[in-house]
Design a protein around this ligand. Structure first.
Ligand SMILES: Cc1cc2nc3c(=O)[nH]c(=O)nc-3n(C[C@H](O)[C@H](O)[C@H](O)COP(=O)(O)OP(=O)(O)OC[C@H]3O[C@@H](n4cnc5c(N)ncnc54)[C@H](O)[C@@H]3O)c2cc1C
Length: 326
């Protein structure tokens, strides 16, 4: 398989004339080849941190590259800083962004989901139509493995993850604020690998701080599936000395949740009662990456050449962001 440097990647994707910017809603119906390719083109799947950054910097590096971005949502809510929404320090509005900035860089943004990738013919399927590409960037983030926790799939609306920032973040903040003083907030950490290794421990700091300052008789129980704090362990353990209301339990993988009794069960059979639950489920690469057979033997994460981020399984397909093995 040919290995490309970043410079070569940009050069080979850049020849040919770029097409004019076409704002979403102004384009043709999504049928057949709904945006025929004139020159060389990069299609980007996913307008989150990875995909949006790649799309922008491709255009900045060479404006003759036609960059087409597929993202179903019209607004992006940033996970970074969203733990501060839980503690009431920041608002979700300040973390919510539109796609006008990318359009101003000449990125053609379609608010559509990619439904399949056809690497052999270099096409991405979208609804009843398709888009051709020379290079494809896949950045669909993570998907949750609901089935790994008994009872979770049926209780998704009541057992919140808030691990994709948005309405769940706001609702979890509301539940934390409404919890009576003396209540128990349970936060579960999934087994590695998962999105943002320090994230759950940052969240623990925010929740513990919020409880200490606003509900001093309450407690936070962190049930970690891993044998120790996964990231920056010394830093977090030092910070937690200020929070005697935080009880950290390593090697406590949660395997069951029952919202009717407000209880989680660990793999060793321990039951823990909660007033508010924040269950962060086990994760894998975004569904489109799994369906396109970009994942490795673990069937969870995409394997790439770490110089070019080209998939080791499909040529001309580059996987970036949380879907890759970091
Ligand atoms: C609480 C929390 C705090 C964090 N804090 C930090 C931090 O401080 N610093 C940091 O570096 N990272 C942080 N992270 C991690 C960071 O959010 C992720 O690493 C980053 O979002 C990964 O980018 P991504 O593009 O892979 O996925 P995402 O940003 O999730 O974007 C994926 C996008 O793909 C779209 N998509 C999915 N499937 C399709 C499809 N079929 N077709 C089209 N589009 C699709 C989705 O709608 C989504 O918009 C944090 C994460 C969390 C949960």
């Amino acid at each position: 398989m040919t290995r490309l440097t970043r410079r070569e990647f940009l050069r080979t994707s850049a020849s040919g004339a770029g097409l004019a910017l076409l704002a979403a809603g102004c384009g043709p119906a999504i049928k057949g080849d709904f945006a025929p390719k004139a020159g060389r083109r990069v299609v980007v799947i996913g307008g989150g941190w990875g995909g949006a950054t790649a799309a922008k910097y491709l255009r900045l590096a060479d404006a003759s590259i036609e960059v087409v971005l597929l993202e179903p949502n019209r607004q992006f809510v940033s996970c970074p800083f969203s733990n501060l929404v839980l503690s009431g320090v920041r608002s979700i509005d300040g973390l919510t962004f539109g796609y006008g900035g990318l359009r101003s860089h000449g990125v053609r943004v379609y608010h559509e989901a990619a439904s399949a990738i056809e690497p052999d013919v270099r096409r991405v399927r979208v609804g009843e139509g398709y888009l051709e590409y020379d290079r494809l960037i896949v950045s669909p983030g993570v998907e949750f493995q609901w089935e790994q926790v008994d009872g979770l799939a049926a209780a998704q609306d009541r057992v919140l993850h808030a691990w994709k920032a948005g309405p769940q973040t706001v609702e979890l903040a509301r539940q934390l604020a409404a919890m009576p003083d003396g209540g128990v907030f349970v936060l579960t950490v999934p087994p590695v690998a998962y999105r943002c290794p320090p994230g759950p421990y940052e969240r623990a700091c925010q929740v513990a701080w919020s409880l200490k300052t606003k509900k001093p008789r309450s407690k936070l129980v962190v049930l970690d599936a891993n044998a120790n704090v996964v990231s920056k362990a010394a830093l977090f353990r030092a910070a937690w000395k200020d929070y005697p209301n935080l009880e950290y339990r390593a090697s406590n993988k949660v395997v069951k949740v029952d919202p009717s009794t407000r209880e989680v069960t660990t793999e060793f059979g321990d039951r823990v009662k909660y007033d508010v639950i924040n269950l962060i489920p086990p994760q894998r690469a975004g569904t489109i990456a799994v369906q396109a057979d970009l994942v490795g033997a673990d069937k969870r994460w995409c394997e790439v050449n770490h110089l070019t981020y080209e998939s080791v399984k499909h040529k001309n397909v580059h996987v970036i962001g949380d879907s890759t093995i970091g």
